[in-house]
Design a protein around this ligand. Structure first.
Ligand SMILES: CC(C)(COP(=O)(O)OP(=O)(O)OC[C@H]1O[C@@H](n2cnc3c(N)ncnc32)[C@H](O)[C@@H]1OP(=O)(O)O)[C@@H](O)C(=O)NCCC(=O)NCCS
Length: 343
């Protein structure tokens, strides 16, 4: 039976860089505080003409071009995001039109920072069944920041990662999507999120007058604790269920939340830090884009080789958390668009 396979990978990091020093000029923070607490040195932000759809198109097109597949061949376009183009229609519909994916059905999924892995798990059966999917995780989180909340504003960045996916028996080798698990705990919805503007807290003149309607709220220490525990637990569980030991894992590819979380997960899982990928220093937390962007960067750096096993873990608003195994049958073609040089 065919298995769901990543045929190619695209990544896009917008060209504008916001360094910690730039942030310290507009809020009471410092490069030293941000680096020691989070490992983040800089983050990317979209230009004035960039929206969630245009940024998604960059990554999606990069994945298609890398494999030489036409957008017209796609059956589905998925965009995973918590910062959509509009409330409605779905961002994926804008992307479908801009790419020219004329035969495709398009839909968004919102799952916080674990949403991209949850989406992969949900739609892998579609790829197995022979459908061609473009799965894009995108965030413009700098648009959702309360710049007067220094504890949150320094953590996030913008970007997009895309996987072109299909069945393993269609002539394109790549990265097989293996065993995965995801969980949610909806009793924790108040701890991390963007609460205003929906039906629970509709937009009213009073709320508008308070400002910051559209911004992320977070209880940082609670998020930290849960993120480390949940990602470590679910990662170990996926390994157990797949009858794999840590020695068989070449890379852990964690959600790029922040370096202290990544280090704590590596410690709890018991894997050496040189087998845990991190580029959080340069891109910060890009939410739903984080895993796709990480893989695009790893491929560009030639860190992925045939025969490798990758274990991905993610955690985010909801709370939701997920872990996913990937098996590298062949190194898939990729394109990572990232103008500007890392600091
Ligand atoms: C946000 C986070 C880095 C804060 O680190 P922390 O050690 O918990 O810091 P605290 O919230 O206890 O704050 C400690 C002090 O630093 C201050 N502080 C917070 N943000 C600051 C900043 N950017 N610059 C300088 N000082 C800051 C606080 O005001 C507080 O000052 P006080 O002691 O005078 O009250 C940490 O909680 C964290 O990593 N949480 C997880 C966040 C995350 O990754 N979320 C997304 C998951 S998907």
């Amino acid at each position: 039976m065919a298995e769901a396979t990543i045929w190619s990978v695209g990544g896009y990091a917008p060209p504008h860089i916001i360094t910690n020093t730039m942030l310290s000029e507009k809020m009471d923070t410092s490069d030293e505080w941000i680096r020691t607490r989070t490992g983040i040195r800089e983050r990317r932000t979209g230009g004035p003409d960039e929206t969630t759809a245009t940024v998604s198109v960059e990554a999606g097109r990069a994945a298609l071009e890398a494999r030489g597949v036409s957008a017209e061949d796609l059956d589905w376009v998925f965009v995973c995001t918590d910062t959509p183009e509009m409330w409605s229609p779905a961002t994926a519909c804008f992307v479908q039109d801009m790419l020219g994916a004329k035969r495709a059905s398009a839909i968004d999924l919102t799952g916080g920072c674990a949403g991209f892995l949850q989406t992969l798990q949900m739609l892998s059966p579609l790829a197995q069944s022979g459908k061609k999917l473009l799965v894009i995780g995108t965030e413009l989180l700098t648009h959702a920041m309360n710049w007067s909340d220094r504890a949150t504003a320094v953590l996030f960045g913008d970007g997009s990662g895309a996987f072109l996916m299909g069945p393993s028996d269609a002539g394109f080798d790549g990265i097989r999507v293996g065993h995965g698990l995801s969980r949610s705990d909806g009793s924790q919805t108040g701890i991390l999120g963007k609460p205003y503007g929906g039906t629970r807290f509709p937009i009213t003149p009073e709320l508008v007058a308070q400002g910051q309607l559209h911004t992320i709220r977070m209880e940082g220490q609670k998020v930290f604790k849960h993120a480390v525990t949940m990602m470590s637990d679910i990662g170990r569980r996926v390994l157990e269920e797949a009858h794999l030991g840590l020695a068989q894992i070449d890379w852990v590819v964690p959600h790029q939340a922040n370096q202290r979380i990544i280090d704590a997960v590596a410690h709890q899982v018991g894997i050496a830090s040189d087998r845990v990928f991190s580029h959080v220093a340069h891109y910060a937390n890009t939410g739903s884009a984080s895993i796709g962007l990480a893989l695009a960067d790893m491929l560009e750096q030639s860190l992925i080789a045939p025969g490798q096993h990758l274990l991905s873990v993610a955690f985010g608003a909801g709370f939701s958390w997920a872990s996913q195994l990937f098996y590298v049958d062949a190194v898939p073609p990729s394109k990572f668009l990232h103008a500007g040089s890392p600091a």
